[in-house]
Every structure is written in structure tokens, then in C-alpha cells.
Design a binder for this molecule. Structure first.
Ligand code: ZN
Length: 543
């Protein structure tokens, strides 16, 4: 019985067998074909990505008597004797005698190879060498004999002194893609008659995080039970959470389901789920939802910017979790934070009463919800059509700091009073909850009406950018509001800062006894003309 673990048994023996490092492998093969061998290489990249295996194949190929296309022939005398050759040195810098071995190299380096063309020194985990060992190595790297090739390998390139790096040709090994890992495991499973399904393979690849060695070690372990390896078996043995559960969690955040979020964290913690893998899965699910938003495939109400922020927060947690006593609590707080963001304008009681409440509002305005939306859509279509028919009509929105915005605020001040404002505020709050389109709902959720007359309302948003985004779709909002309250209001959104200026102006005018008077709104064509006049008919195109 000579059991070999899978990753040793299936260690690549040719460049073509190395998975997922095509660019690096091409470079090495080219250097062999063109006989341009450097005297020192440094292979860097995450663990289990094939650095040491590639170093060995390279050492074999440069000594092969009959290389084919840069590959070792695996038939010649040198290839066949490669494993026993005294000209190939493998040093593990992480081991206790690493430093002694480096000293030994230096003592023997001048001696010519016993049988091979090159003496090859493969130094694994080179970043672990002590300063004195590095210094000794540096001397030999400065003027190496022509029969010597160094291959240094490291997962932590930033710990290797720059003086050493500058004397090496650097080759970067990438994390191996999940697809490549799955394909390779599937091939090996077939050969070893391991019964495993594709979902299980994907789950293992996910966990291995770009490292083939880890993936094969897990496959090895699970295959010993001699039962069919399913996704459940993998999740169970690795203490993982399924992608479906992660998707459910995102949906729970979307639906402000606090209980679900809490029980998820509780489950993950009590099952000792691997925290980093959990975070990575979460980030991947968030990323997928964000892409769905951009593709208009997303069913929920979360916004792109929110998802992006959430992903950033969780990924920063991954880096902190090693020094964090209780990363789960942090994750819980992060996730709950996103629920708060979406509920801070809607109290819990309103939420539970929402269904009947909404129905009541709908009934009181004499229409069902569906009708509301249909009418809003129709009105919008009609507006679009009108716009298409009238090619002279250009869109001119009441953007913050534009003349139109100022005129609308001014016109609102003319007839504004407290009763209008109280009514408007109440209607607005309910109207926001009814807004079916997620873009509108998310934009409006933090807004309030700060000024109202019988013809105009002023919407206050937190910052200029939000106000402008609202103003961009203000005609749609006006149409939807009209179909909701059966009255047309001219709306404009201002930022908190802009609103403070308008208030100050109002107080100043009051003190000077200056009255507000209705002003005519400029049309798109007018605004264009105004700008041209300012520039004295110079040929500046204003769009
Ligand atoms: Zn050969």
C-alpha cells in the first residue's frame, strides 16, 4: 500500500499540466525555446497556485537533453534521473535548517554540476530567510556562476528585500479560477472514481479560494468516507453556508427582516462557519445583485450605491477579522445598519400596518394601487409622446442653482402657508411609500417637503447631487403625484444647503418688506438664448 495524497499524485509534470497560469508558463517556455535563461527568478503568488511545481518543471526543462516546444521530454536520461539528481536543490526557507542550507549553497556554488547542465536552487518561502541569510544570498545573486539558476518562491513578496528582488526576474502566479479548479477536480474525481456532483465541486472551489492544493486536499479528505459527495456533505464538513441561504439573507436585508438577519448570524456563529468564506460569499452575492441592478434584472429595492457600500464594509471586515475577537457581532451590526437605512423614515408600526394603510390611501383616492401605477405610466408615456412630437421642446429641468429652480422656489413662496405645508408633508410621506419604481423610492426616501403653496412644492434632499438626481426625473414624479392627488403641482428639489440660503433670503426680504411675486418659468429655448447673449454670440455650443 502506497497511498499518495491527491495533490502529490496529480502534481503537474509538464508545463501543459499546470492549471490557470497560462501567461507565466508561456514566458518560461519561450525562454527555454529561445535559450534565454535568467540566473535568478522569483515566483510569487498565493499558496497552492503551482509555484513549486512550475519551478521543478522548469528545472527539469532547462536540463532536458531534448526539450520539445519548451517542455521537458520526460524520456531522456536527465529527465528520468531528475528526481534523484544531486544538481537540484530544494530548500524550504521556513524550515529550521533553511539558513544552514543557504550557507551550504554558497560554499558549494562554484563547483560545476555533477551531471546536469545547470545546478538549480529552488528556495521555497524565501521571505522567511533571516537578514543574514538574505545578505549571504545576495552576494551569490550578484555574480552567479553561469551554471547556476536560482528559483525563489514566495507568497509574501513584500517581505523580500528589494536588493534581492532587483536581481531576479519576477513571475506572478494568479489565483486559479473556480472554473479551472472545478474542471481539474472533476477530471481527477473521474480517474479516482470519486462520486461527487458539480454543486459540491463548486462549493469546494469556492472554499479553496484560488488554491489548487487546498481544493485537492479537501477532495481527498471527503473521498475517504466512500459516500456520494453532495453540496450538503461539503457544506457540512467545511462548516459552510449555502449560496441559497446567502441569497435569502440579502433578500431579508432588502425586506427589512431583522429577525431573519439575527437568526442567520446566530446560526453561522453556532455552527462555527468559516468567517472569511462567509464574508466572501456575501460579497459575491452582493456583487451579483449589483450587476443585476445594472442589467435591470434585480427584483428587490436595494440601490446600487447601497450594495457597493455594503460590499466595501464587509470586505474591510475580512482583513480585520484576524485581530477581531468577535467578528460575527461586527458583521451583524453592519448588516443591521443597512436595514436601518431603509427604515428610518418608515416607523415599525407603519410597516406592519402598511398593507391596510396603503389600501386605505388607495381607496380614499378612489383608485386601486395598480391603477395608480398604470395611470402614472400612461401619463409618462403621453408626456414622452408629446415630447417626441414637438422637436423644439428641449428638456429643461429645475436643477439646483439654476434659474428655473430659483423661480420655482420663488413662486412657491408667493402663496405658501402652513396649512398647505402640513397637508403636503403628509401626502408626500404616503406618496413616497407608494412609489413603485425603486429608483424613485430610493431617491425620495430621505426627502421632505419644506415649502408648499397651492401650485408649487419644494422638496428638500440632503445634498446637491441627490436633489439634482430627483430634478432629473421631476416630470415623472410630478405625473405620478398628479395621478395620486388629482392635482398638478410644480416641484423642485433643493439641497439642505441651498434651502438654508433660500430661508435666509426669505427672512431678509421679510425684514425689508419685499414681497414675492410670481415669475414666468423660462423655456428650454430661452435658457439657451440667455447663455448665448452672455457670451455675445460667440460660437460656444450650449447643450
Ligand atoms: Zn528530457
Amino acid at each position: 500500500m502506497n497511498y499518495k495524497v491527491l495533490y502529490r499524485k496529480y502534481r503537474p509534470s509538464t508545463f501543459n499540466d499546470v492549471v490557470g497560469q497560462n501567461r507565466t508558463i508561456e514566458l518560461l517556455k519561450d525562454s527555454i525555446i529561445n535559450n534565454k535563461i535568467s540566473h535568478a527568478y522569483i515566483f510569487t503568488g498565493p499558496r497552492g497556485t503551482g509555484k513549486t511545481s512550475t519551478a521543478k518543471i522548469f528545472a527539469k526543462a532547462i536540463n532536458c537533453l531534448d526539450p520539445v516546444d519548451g517542455e521537458p521530454c520526460n524520456k531522456c536520461e536527465n529527465c528520468l534521473n531528475f528526481g534523484q539528481s544531486s544538481d537540484i536543490y530544494e530548500i524550504d526557507a521556513a524550515s529550521n535548517n533553511g539558513v544552514d542550507q543557504v550557507r551550504e549553497i554558497i560554499d558549494n556554488i562554484k563547483l560545476t554540476p555533477a551531471n546536469f547542465k545547470y545546478k538549480v536552487y529552488i528556495i521555497d518561502e524565501v521571505h522567511m530567510l533571516s537578514t543574514s541569510a538574505f545578505n549571504a544570498l545576495l552576494l551569490t545573486l550578484e555574480e552567479p556562476p553561469s551554471h547556476v539558476v536560482f528559483i525563489l518562491a514566495t507568497t509574501d513578496i513584500e517581505d523580500v528585500p528589494i536588493t534581492v528582488l532587483s536581481r531576479c526576474q519576477r513571475l506572478d502566479f494568479q489565483k486559479i479560477s473556480n472554473k479551472d479548479i472545478v474542471d481539474n477536480m472533476r477530471k481527477i474525481a473521474k480517474e479516482e472514481t470519486i462520486d461527487i456532483d458539480d454543486d459540491a465541486l463548486t462549493e469546494i472551489a469556492d472554499f479553496a479560494d484560488g488554491g489548487m492544493r487546498d481544493a485537492l486536499s479537501i477532495l481527498d479528505q471527503l473521498s475517504k468516507n466512500k459516500v456520494k459527495i453532495t453540496q450538503e456533505v461539503v457544506l457540512d464538513s467545511l462548516g459552510l453556508i449555502s449560496n441559497k441561504e446567502i441569497d435569502d439573507l440579502i433578500a431579508a436585508i432588502d425586506n427589512n427582516n431583522v429577525d431573519k438577519v439575527l437568526s442567520f448570524i446566530d446560526f453561522a456563529q453556532s455552527h462555527s462557519t468559516d468567517f472569511k468564506t462567509l464574508c466572501k460569499k456575501l460579497i459575491r452575492a452582493i456583487e451579483k445583485a449589483a450587476v443585476d441592478i445594472k442589467l435591470n434584472n434585480y427584483k428587490g429595492t436595494l440601490e446600487y450605491a447601497t450594495l457597493k457600500e455594503m460590499a466595501f464594509e464587509i470586505s474591510s471586515l475580512i482583513y480585520k477579522c484576524n485581530v477581531n475577537i468577535d467578528p460575527y457581532t461586527n458583521l451583524e451590526l453592519i448588516l443591521l445598519g443597512y436595514i436601518d437605512k431603509f427604515t428610518k423614515n418608515i416607523s415599525r408600526e407603519m410597516k406592519t400596518a402598511e398593507k391596510s394603510d396603503v389600501q386605505e390611501i388607495a381607496n380614499s383616492s378612489g383608485k386601486s394601487l395598480e391603477n395608480d401605477v398604470k395611470i402614472a405610466t400612461k401619463t409618462k408615456e403621453a408626456a414622452d409622446d408629446a415630447q417626441k412630437n414637438d422637436s423644439n421642446t428641449e428638456k429643461y429641468f429645475p436643477k439646483v442653482n439654476t434659474e428655473l429652480c430659483a423661480i420655482r422656489v420663488n413662486n412657491c413662496f408667493v402663496n405658501a402657508n402652513k396649512t398647505f405645508l402640513i397637508d403636503a408633508k403628509e401626502v408626500w410621506e404616503k406618496f413616497i411609500k407608494l412609489a413603485k419604481m425603486k429608483k424613485e423610492r430610493a431617491l425620495l426616501i430621505d426627502t421632505t417637503i419644506v415649502l408648499a403653496s397651492d401650485t408649487n412644492w419644494v422638496i428638500k434632499a440632503d445634498i446637491d447631487a441627490t436633489a439634482d438626481n430627483i430634478n432629473d426625473i421631476i416630470t415623472n414624479i410630478e405625473d405620478a403625484l398628479e395621478s395620486y392627488v388629482n392635482q398638478k403641482y410644480k416641484l423642485t428639489a433643493v439641497s439642505e444647503e441651498a434651502w438654508e440660503k433660500y430661508m435666509q433670503e426669505y427672512k431678509d426680504n421679510l425684514a425689508k418688506n419685499i414681497k414675492y411675486e410670481m415669475k414666468e418659468e423660462p423655456k428650454a429655448a430661452d435658457s439657451k438664448k440667455i447663455v448665448e447673449d452672455i457670451f455675445l454670440n460667440s460660437k460656444i455650443e450650449v447643450k
